[in-house]
Write a protein that binds this ligand. Structure first.
Ligand SMILES: Nc1ncnc2c1ncn2[C@@H]1O[C@H](COP(=O)(O)OP(=O)(O)OP(=O)(O)O)[C@@H](O)[C@H]1O
Ligand SMILES: [Mg+2]
Length: 252
C-alpha cells in the first residue's frame, strides 16, 4: 500500500510573483494492487507530486510510506513511466527494454527470457532489433511499457503515458495498461488529462484542484474493466468529472 500524508512543497524564487505553494498537506492512499488515477488542470502540480514520490524533488514536509514502512521516497521501489517514451534512439527496442537490468549490474539469461516474453505479450515480437525511429508511436509506447515492467518494483507511476499518441492508438493501448494491474500485480498511480481513460481504467479517480493541489473529489469505481462509453453510467460519470474539473464559478 502506498500512503502519502500531508505532503507540502513550495517553489521559492527571488521574484515574489514566481513563488508557488504547489502542495499543502496533500494526502492519498493507493491500496496494494489498486489502480488510482489523478486528473487535474494543467499546472496544478501532478508532475511535481510524482517528482517528489520518485525522489527527483524533495517535499518541504510530509510522509511517504510503502506497505506501512516510512520511506524518504519510492526510488528503487517503483517504476516510473513518463509522458515521453524516452527510449534511447541508438539502441534497438530489445536493448532499450533490457536497459533497466543492464544499469543495475548486468543482464542474466532470465532477464533475456523475461524481455522476450514481454515482447510477445505486448505484441512486439519480431521487432526486437528495430530502432525506435523505425517503429510507430504506439509501438514505441508499448516498448516503453515493457521497459517499465523490467524496472523492478511493485508500484508503477505513469505520468500521462499515452498522451503523445493519437486517439485511436491511445484507446487500443488502454487495455495494455490494465495488464500492469491484472497480470503483473502492480500497484498503479497514473496521471491523465483524458477523463474517459480515467474512467476506463481506474479503481479510484482523484479529481484535483489547483494552487495548491487538492482533492476536489475521490470517486470509487467498481464495475468490471476496461469500461467503455457504451456502458451505462459512463457518460454521466464523464460529465460529472468534467464539471468537477471546471474552475470554480465557470459556466458550462
Ligand atoms: N522546478 C520548478 N521550479 C519552479 N516552479 C516549478 C517547477 N516545477 C514546476 N513548477 C511549477 O509548479 C506548477 C505545477 O507544475 P507541474 O508540472 O507539477 O504541473 P502538472 O499538474 O504536472 O501540469 P501538466 O498537466 O501541464 O503536466 C506549475 O505552475 C509550474 O510552473
Ligand atoms: Mg505534468
Amino acid at each position: 500500500m502506498l500512503e502519502v500524508s500531508r505532503l507540502s512543497k513550495k517553489y521559492d524564487s527571488d521574484d515574489p510573483s514566481a513563488r508557488l505553494t504547489v502542495l499543502s498537506d496533500f494526502s492519498l492512499c493507493v491500496p496494494t494492487g489498486g489502480f488510482a488515477v489523478l486528473v487535474g488542470p494543467s499546472g496544478c502540480g501532478k508532475t511535481s507530486f510524482f517528482d517528489i514520490l520518485v525522489g527527483s524533488a524533495s517535499a518541504d514536509s510530509g510522509n511517504i510510506a510503502w506497505n506501512g514502512v516510512a520511506v524518504p521516497n519510492l526510488c528503487g521501489l517503483c517504476a516510473y513511466m513518463q509522458q515521453k517514451d524516452l527510449l534511447l534512439p541508438w539502441l534497438p527496442l530489445f536493448e532499450n527494454v533490457l536497459l533497466p537490468r543492464r544499469v543495475r549490474g548486468g543482464v542474466s539469461r532470465d532477464d533475456i527470457d523475461e524481455a522476450r516474453a514481454l515482447f510477445v505479450r505486448l505484441g512486439l515480437k519480431g521487432f526486437e532489433g528495430f530502432l525506435p525511429s523505425s517503429v510507430s508511436g504506439g509501438m514505441r509506447q508499448r516498448c516503453a511499457l515493457a521497459r517499465t515492467l523490467m524496472m523492478r518494483g511493485e508500484c508503477v507511476l505513469l505520468d500521462e503515458p499515452l498522451s503523445a499518441l493519437d486517439a485511436i492508438t491511445r484507446r487500443s493501448l488502454r487495455e495494455l495498461l490494465l495488464l500492469l494491474q491484472s497480470e503483473f500485480g502492480k500497484t498503479v498511480l497514473m496521471i491523465t488529462h483524458d477523463v474517459e481513460e480515467a474512467i476506463a481504467l481506474a479503481d479510484d479517480i482523484y479529481v484535483l484542484g489547483t494552487q495548491p493541489m487538492d482533492i476536489r473529489e475521490k470517486i470509487r469505481l467498481s464495475s468490471p474493466k476496461p469500461r467503455s462509453a457504451a456502458q451505462e453510467g459512463f457518460v454521466a460519470m464523464r460529465e460529472r468529472i468534467i464539471e468537477s474539473l471546471a474552475p470554480a464559478g465557470a459556466s458550462r
